[in-house]
Ligand binder design. Structure first.
Ligand code: PAF
Length: 284
């Protein structure tokens, strides 16, 4: 596995793959890898000849310095996991390479970035789209893999790629979960044992909502069920709940019909967890 600390090294590696007529699948990460990332790596391997991973804790998508500093890191362990999965190259840049002195260009999906979870974390999606554009320009992959857990992020990136005519296929893969249903996330290690046990309430609330949707329900009933399930867990603080049209993320004005995304953000102390579910409510 090639480890590339600079832009010129990863570009040389990718140019070699291209010269051999090979396609390139990219897995974007902020490190501290888990099984969810490994599924993205396997997904890229199924779809492309070469798999490239980037590891970069992107400062511009954190709204506060404390959250950025607390973000877990273990590069040696990450590299071991990627090696074992047969990844071809890893790009591990320094922040100064990605954000050179005087950098002032941003990329933003103006509507999608500033609604829903974007209101809970102002500037977050602008940081994501800006850094993803930089990495797409550096690596120029044929396809890039993203998890559906970060549902709004996936829709934001799809929109950006469409709007800016980037010749890259965006592939979304289902959320990978722990045995008790908690969505895998690099943030989970920051939970206290008590909060870790309580965090199962996110998937429990989404399961309840899915059951309700399957038997036919209203928007109000769906929201109430989720709110009450979260409220019954004293360690959890509901920070965001959005029930919106799955593709446009627009509010649903009338009865629930068609694919509907439920997006949930819940805090346990300082740690904000997110989860989502797309349901297709039975028409009543
Ligand atoms: O999903 C993530 O881990 C990050 O938001 C991403 C896409 C790697 C950008 O920093």
């Amino acid at each position: 596995m090639l480890i590339c600390p600079t832009k010129s090294e990863i570009r040389t590696a990718v140019a070699g793959y291209r010269a051999a007529g090979e396609t390139v699948g990219l897995v974007p990460t902020m490190g501290f890898l888990h099984e969810g990332h490994m599924e993205l790596v396997r997904g890229a391997r199924e779809r492309a000849d070469r798999v490239v991973v980037w590891i970069f804790v992107n400062p511009t998508q954190f709204e506060n310095a404390g959250d950025l500093a607390a973000y877990p890191r273990d590069t040696e362990r990450d590299l071991e996991m990627l090696r074992a999965e047969g990844v071809d190259a890893v790009y591990l840049p320094q922040p100064e390479e990605i954000y050179p002195e005087g950098a002032e260009t941003i990329v933003e999906t103006t509507r999608l970035a500033n609604m829903l979870h974007g209101k809970v974390r102002p500037g977050h999606f602008r940081g994501v789209t800006t850094v993803v554009t930089k990495f797409f320009n550096i690596i120029q992959p044929d396809l890039a893999m993203f998890g559906e857990k970060d549902y709004q992020q996936l829709q934001v990136i799809r929109r950006m790629v469409r709007d800016l005519h980037m010749p890259i296929e965006i592939v979304g893969l289902p959320t990978v979960r722990e045995a008790d249903g908690l969505a895998m996330s690099s943030r989970n290690v920051r939970l206290t044992p008590e909060d870790r046990a309580a965090a199962v309430v996110l998937s429990r609330a989404l399961d309840a909502a899915e059951r309700l949707a399957a038997s036919g329900t209203t928007l109000e009933e769906l929201r109430d069920t989720i709110t009450e399930t979260i409220a019954a867990e004293p360690r959890a603080a509901l920070k965001g709940l959005d029930v919106v049209a799955a593709e446009s993320l627009e509010e649903i004005p009338g009865p629930l019909t068609g694919p509907t995304a439920i997006m949930l953000s819940v805090a346990f102390g300082e740690v904000l967890l997110i989860d989502q579910r797309v349901v297709t409510p039975k028409e009543t």
